[in-house]
Design a protein around this ligand. Structure first.
Ligand code: PLP
Length: 426
């Protein structure tokens, strides 16, 4: 295989003819495959079935003296707080356990800042401008939250050990309108990058111009390792405390991809001052979360070790799927010099950088073949990838066989789009 940029126009045309023939054959198959969202496969959901049986009859719904069927406990069942505190390495009084969705807790946290302000500061909705830094490529739903509140988003490029910290420090210290930054610090969505120790420490030491600036540390993939040599992430809250900056971060996590995305448990962790400030408002919002589901989770897992053992079972389903994608890219695309990616040690995604100006074309070609991918551009604020080069691959939801077909089609479309691009210049 020869690199595409080294091919003559004649060679590119011959390649295009060959690829178009295969494209036509796939098209005739009328397939429908969804590689868009990072959802666990049905086989993964089945391994948590024991959860559904963990609380069944009256007397079993008690957690100590608490009847979980009743109202109360706005910050969650003490045993569930303890479980999250072991997993996140913070103390139970630094945690609020919520409903099933951490995204919901993130939205509510921004919403409270908008309407009530953070710890006595002016509500963001009363300010002329609020800005968030958005490491890119990133998680589309974070950007969606900002967009829904009219918060201006500023792209910050990701490096291989986290966001460009020179840029973060400059913007955070120099502009009072910068109130937040979205971070997925372990196995980031979509690149699978884990922030390095120095990056975490620089976050902890940030000197923000705004007193109500907060790091939104979305640790969605905190236990989602795929290998026996997992990435290690420093504890941001301890680092912030050590830097005399304890109030600067909110941490979020959930069991969505541990048990059920539709029936998991979410948590938020932060300094006691931040937690108390949040509870002061949450108490008007709810008389308590779903403690029965929390009790189920506590009974099923028992402790952090139980969760880690469970995650090994998930890895047995997910790892081969990641390998299928990576092997196909390695053999079908790499020698052509038209795309880049990293092989992550965990998380739910592989981020593919195709030739600049080609991501939308790859997406459109795949749609023609019946393969759904997250829209090109979705990994950037406002859906605008300035290079039109990033695509997010979600390997988990399809069966192994479907995935093999889907990734072959992906490789084909990456090649076809690159050939078309190069021929444009001829
Ligand atoms: C980075 C990140 N945060 C949050 C979520 C959603 O979390 P939850 O199900 O707890 O709302 C996802 C889901 O894909 C995600 O990738």
């Amino acid at each position: 295989m020869k690199e595409y940029v080294k091919m003559t126009a004649g060679e590119l045309k011959a390649e295009k003819n060959e690829l178009s023939k295969i494209f036509g054959e796939y098209k005739n198959k009328n397939l429908k495959l969804d590689m868009s969202r990072g959802k666990p496969g049905a086989d993964q959901l089945d391994i948590s079935e024991g959860i559904l049986k963990a609380v069944s009859s009256n007397g079993e719904a008690f957690a100590g003296s608490t009847d979980t069927r009743n109202y109360g406990g706005i910050d969650g069942l003490p045993d569930m707080k303890k479980l999250f505190s072991e997993l996140l390495e913070v103390s139970p009084d630094e945690i609020i356990v919520g409903g099933n969705s951490s995204l919901n807790m993130m939205f509510d946290t921004v919403s409270r800042a908008m309407t009530h302000g953070i710890m006595g500061n002016t509500p963001w909705s009363k300010l002329p401008k609020v800005k968030f830094l958005c490491p890119v490529p990133g998680y589309d739903r974070h950007f969606g939250i900002c967009q829904s509140f009219g918060i201006e988003m500023i792209n910050v490029p990701m490096k291989n050990d986290g966001p460009d910290m020179d840029m973060v420090e400059k913007l955070v210290s120099g502009d009072e309108a910068v109130k937040g930054i979205w971070c997925v610090p372990k196995y980031s969505n979509p690149q699978g990058i884990t922030y390095g120790d120095e990056t975490v420490r620089r976050f902890a030491r940030l000197k923000a111009a705004a007193r109500d600036f907060r790091i939104f540390w979305d640790n969605a993939y905190f236990v989602h390792d795929l290998t026996d040599t997992p990435d290690r992430l420093l504890n941001i809250l301890s680092e912030c405390r050590a830097a005399g900056n304890s109030d600067i971060c909110y941490i979020f996590a959930s069991t969505s991809k541990i048990t059920y995305p539709g029936g998991g448990v979410a948590a938020m962790a932060a300094s006691v001052a931040n937690i108390n400030a949040a509870k002061e408002i949450i108490k008007y919002q709810t008389i308590g979360p779903d403690k029965i589901n929390q009790l189920r989770h506590v009974r099923y897992f028992k402790n952090a070790e139980g969760v880690r053992a469970h995650m090994k079972k998930h890895a047995r389903f997910i790892k081969p799927k990641f390998d299928t994608i990576l092997n196909a890219l390695e053999t079908q695309v790499k020698p052509l010099g038209i795309a880049q990616w990293v092989a992550p040690n965990g998380g739910y995604f592989i981020s593919l950088e195709v030739m600049p100006g080609c991501a939308s074309a790859v997406h459109a070609l795949l749609s023609e073949l019946g393969v759904t991918m997250t829209n090109a551009g979705a990994t950037y604020p406002y859906g605008k990838d300035p290079f039109d080069s990033n695509l997010r691959i979600a390997p988990t939801y399809l069966s192994e066989d479907e995935l093999k077909t889907a990734v072959d089609m992906l490789c084909l479309c990456v090649r076809l789009a690159a050939v078309n691009k190069l021929l444009e210049g001829e």
